[in-house]
Design a protein around this ligand. Structure first.
Ligand SMILES: *[C@@H]1O[C@H](CO)[C@@H](O)[C@H](O)[C@H]1NC(C)=O
Ligand SMILES: *[C@@H]1O[C@H](CO)[C@@H](O)[C@H](O)[C@H]1NC(C)=O
Ligand SMILES: *[C@@H]1O[C@H](CO)[C@@H](O)[C@H](O)[C@H]1NC(C)=O
Ligand SMILES: *[C@H]1O[C@H](CO)[C@@H](O)[C@H](O)[C@H]1NC(C)=O
Length: 823
């Protein structure tokens, strides 16, 4: 695979960073490594102001996309990357994805790294691989294979021979696969380094020397803002490797978002103050299929409020506004890489940075970093209005081509259309199988005491049963002849279901901020033999924090029965353990009928019942809009479509009642918890079903439900676009167009075309998307001009000028408003 593939790749970058995963700050080590491709070699070096790629000095803008979180459908979006102003697509390489069993590599399906790299390369973009091996990234166990944990004497991410040996082997494998030179890349270490002491330092030095022996060390910044970051040497460029486009969703949390005005402000500030390389984490987040999400409690959606949403649809106005920003920065590239900026104050919280190249070109950035007040500044004798918390970019030191707070991009009205009929809603269409309570597999085993879960299951399943039987004679002193007691269970997390004598006695779950559970439930014991069955479930293994691999999960105790006259501690008694579910062993998720336990379609269908498998079949929803399962009405579990897991679901876990706002003031410093939506509602109800998982008809949907739900309420949602709107001023067009403004319309999903123009008016139209109206001044031919240019096209350009439309009102500022429909 190597040769043809590598010759197709125009370039690739490798470097090393140390960001803070899960919080806004700091990095220091990073490497840009040169590498050799088979047919052509590309040298990547740097100087103080630029990355130098084969001798060409460049300023690069990059966006992260993780191939296993993406789908083939999204590859089509990639093909449209040209013209976005992005130069680089960055991805991690996920160790535990590719080497689930030590020495056994897997690059099939969504694990096809080579195909991803080829797809990106086809678009003419650079590929930037971050091989890890630690990825953080809200990815299960930070990307480490679980088997690493069982290597005697191993210590993660520190100067430890067994660890380094495995890491070296995997890295070599990837680099071999890429047919490139050996590289070393480690990530996400700086922020926890102090916890590891001097061994950490020697490990970092070792990693650094491996990288430096290949090429060069560059330190980079990572956070929500990086304009104040300085590299560790004046010879190095200023690189920002993770500019967070949004934030990730947790089960039990609100849906985070980051206003594009703030994101654009941050990026513009970075280039204002000498930035050279900027990466958006994420440009497209995607979906945590299967058990890939980290945690605990990272949701299945990894949408990230990124410029391309979870479904591969352009998110506006984020996408368009960033594209305008990138184009502006590219317009300025020559001056930016030529020199350092000179700074002058234009007043309190008002800053000008000017890049003046020897060639005479001049670029200015004017910033108002006040979080409250707009300002009018005088610069080079001209006066400029600067909205609060914004940057204006003047590619000629005179004309404002872009202001980070002024969005001139198309708005999209997205509609999730619900397709109830697509999943049979009658209960006859569903069949079910009960998952036994307690131990049912022949592989169950007994141990004295309570076992830590991850050590026990090696993550082969989310589930571990802890079962015990106790004899109650009736004269136990602690019960004082009463048959009631309080069952007290302590667990490291993440979810616990307690059954007594086969019936549910209580359940508990931790949260993203504290996974631990203390369950106390009054239970009724019977004379004779009583069974206590505790089902512990993990929801994504820890991916972040010092020694995160040792945090553990499961019922580590104590487990006690508290009677009215004392306590019986069951912790060190003999427990029976079962790893995983009976249904998992039988492969029920594949949906076949062959299993010894037959799917029963007895009516009425059992609903609101814990521990039950459901199955139905459905036809592929027509059209090509992306689809999702709406699992409202279900509790917690996992869903499979044609045997492929679409991830854990948990619509019954609601976000807190407070802390949300539908519109969030972008002015002022952003924090991960500053802007969220959906308070008091389910963190996630829609679960992405990639069309590539489906056949035309006869698709199987299987659910394993833990707590109880009603599958007859399940429906499909189609992500469809209702309208696409642009309102462009004839004197203030998109960036990079010198002669007059141009209106650009493009459908958000790559298979879509512009089906019709619902409204077009050139002159003084009023209103907003969905309710545009003609103004006093209007050109008669606007609709036909736009229809001619756009209908049937994926995207179109219309010059916003009197040349296109005639001049309906001489001397007035005119705009063009368009509302279009995509299909
Ligand atoms: C990279 O550049 C260096 C110095 O400019 C040169 O010696 C080396 O041969 C180049 N390597 C490749 C692979 O082109
Ligand atoms: C209460 O517990 C004490 C100490 O275990 C025991 O001596 C006593 O008999 C118990 N009382 C009853 C009523 O069971
Ligand atoms: C897991 O097992 C290892 C070795 O058996 C032990 O050293 C470690 O403490 C265990 N971890 C937890 C969290 O119990
Ligand atoms: C990243 O975004 C922040 C704000 O969102 C911005 O202030 C910062 O300058 C950006 N960093 C880079 C390197 O572009």
């Amino acid at each position: 695979m190597g040769e043809t593939f590598c010759s197709a790749v125009s370039s690739s970058l490798f470097y090393r960073v140390q960001p803070f995963c899960g919080g806004p700050f700091r990095v220091f080590l990073s490497f840009v490594l040169s590498f050799v491709l088979l047919s052509e070699s590309v040298n990547v070096t740097y100087d103080h102001r630029a990355l130098v790629i084969d001798g060409a000095r460049r300023l690069l803008i990059s966006g992260s996309i993780h191939y296993p979180r993406s789908t083939p459908e999204v590859a089509q979006v990639l093909e449209r990357f040209q013209g976005w102003g992005l130069d680089v697509i960055e991805t991690y390489v996920f160790w535990n994805l590719h080497e689930p069993v030590q020495g056994q590599y897997d690059f099939g399906g969504r694990k096809d790294l080579v195909r991803f790299v080829k797809t990106v390369a086809k678009t003419g973009l650079f590929v930037h691989l971050r091989i890890g091996p630690y990825v953080c990234a809200e990815w299960n166990y930070g990307g480490f294979p679980l088997w690493l944990h069982f290597i005697p004497g191993i210590k993660f991410r520190t100067d430890n021979e067994p660890f380094k040996r495995e890491m070296r082997r995997f890295t070599a494998k990837i680099v071999d696969t890429m047919k490139q030179e050996m590289l070393f890349i480690e990530n996400e270490y700086g922020n926890v380094q102090s916890h590891y002491g001097s061994a950490a330092k020697s490990y970092v030095d070792w990693a650094a020397s491996m990288a430096i022996s290949l090429d060069t060390g560059i330190n980079t910044c990572n956070g929500f803002y990086c304009d104040q970051f300085s590299p560790n040497s004046a010879k190095k460029p200023k690189m920002w490797t993770e500019n967070w486009s949004g934030w990730f969703l947790s089960f039990g949390g609100g849906v985070p978002y980051r206003p594009v005005e703030d994101l654009a402000f941050a990026v513009a500030r970075f280039f204002q103050r000498g930035g050279t390389f900027q990466n958006y984490y994420m440009y497209h987040g995607g979906t945590n299929f299967g058990h890939s999400s980290g945690g605990p409690f990272i949701a299945t959606s990894y949408d990230y409020d990124a410029p391309i949403d979870e479904y591969g649809i352009i998110r506006q106005p984020k996408w368009g506004h960033l594209r305008d920003l990138h184009k502006t920065i590219k317009l300025c590239e020559g001056a930016l890489i030529a020199t350092d900026p000179s700074y002058s104050s234009l007043g309190p919280n008002l800053e000008a940075h000017v890049y003046k190249a020897e060639t005479g070109s001049c670029v200015a950035f004017l910033a108002n970093i006040d979080a409250v007040s707009d300002a009018v500044v005088t610069f080079n004798g001209n006066s400029y209005h600067l909205p609060a918390w914004s940057v204006s970019i003047l590619p000629d030191c005179k004309t404002v081509v872009f202001n980070s707070a002024q969005i001139n991009s198309q708005a999209l009205k997205l509609e999730a259309r619900y397709m109830k009929s697509l999943v049979q809603t009658s209960s006859e269409a569903w069949s079910s199988i009960d998952e036994p309570v307690g131990v049912s597999k022949s592989s169950a085993f007994a141990r004295d005491g309570l076992l830590e879960q991850i050590n026990t299951t090696a993550d082969s399943s989310d589930y571990l049963w802890y079962s015990i039987s106790i004899e109650i004679t009736g004269d136990e002193p602690f019960l004082m002849n009463k048959n009631q007691a309080v069952l007290h269970v302590e667990s490291l997390g993440h979810v616990l279901h307690a059954f007594v004598n086969g019936g549910i006695a209580g359940r508990g779950s931790g949260s993203a901020s504290n996974a631990k559970i203390i369950l106390e439930k009054t239970i009724t014991l019977i004379q004779g033999r009583n069974t206590i069955d505790l089902l512990s479930a993990t929801v994504g293994l820890q991916n972040y924090g010092a020694f995160f691999d040792e945090w553990g999960a499961g019922v580590t105790g104590p487990v006690k029965l508290k009677g009215s006259n004392g306590t019986a501690d069951l912790s060190s008694r003999s427990w029976i353990y079962q790893i995983g579910l009976k249904g998992e062993e039988l492969g029920l998720y594949k949906g076949f009928n062959k299993s010894p336990l037959l799917w029963s379609s007895h009516s009425p269908l059992a609903i609101n019942k814990p521990l039950i498998w459901y199955k139905t079949t459905f036809d592929c929803p027509d059209g090509n809009a992306p689809i999702a399962l709406d699992l409202t009405g279900m509790g917690k579990g996992e869903a499979w479509v044609n045997g492929q897991s679409i991830g854990r679901y948990w619509p019954s876990y609601l976000a807190p009642q407070s802390g949300c706002a539908d519109s969030c003031n972008y002015r002022g410093v952003y924090r991960a918890d500053k802007c969220a939506r959906n308070c008091g509602k389910a963190s996630q109800t829609l679960y992405h079903v990639p069309r590539s998982f489906l056949q035309r008809s006869g698709n199987t949907l299987v659910l394993f439900e833990e707590t109880g739900g009603d599958p007859t309420h399940i429906s499909f949602a189609k992500r469809q676009l209702r309208s696409l709107c642009v309102d462009a001023w004839s004197w203030d067009g998109p960036v990079g167009i010198k002669s007059g403004a141009v209106l650009r319309l493009e459908c958000p999903y790559p298979t879509q075309v512009i089906a019709s123009i619902k409204f077009a008016s050139f002159g003084t139209p009023v209103g907003t998307c969905g309710s545009f109206k003609h103004g006093r001044c209007r050109s008669e031919n606007a609709l036909s001009v736009v229809q001619k240019a756009c209908v049937g096209m994926k995207s179109c350009f219309v010059s916003v000028s009197s040349e296109s439309f005639g001049d309906p009102c001489k001397g007035l500022a005119k705009s063009l408003a368009v509302e279009a429909a995509c299909a």
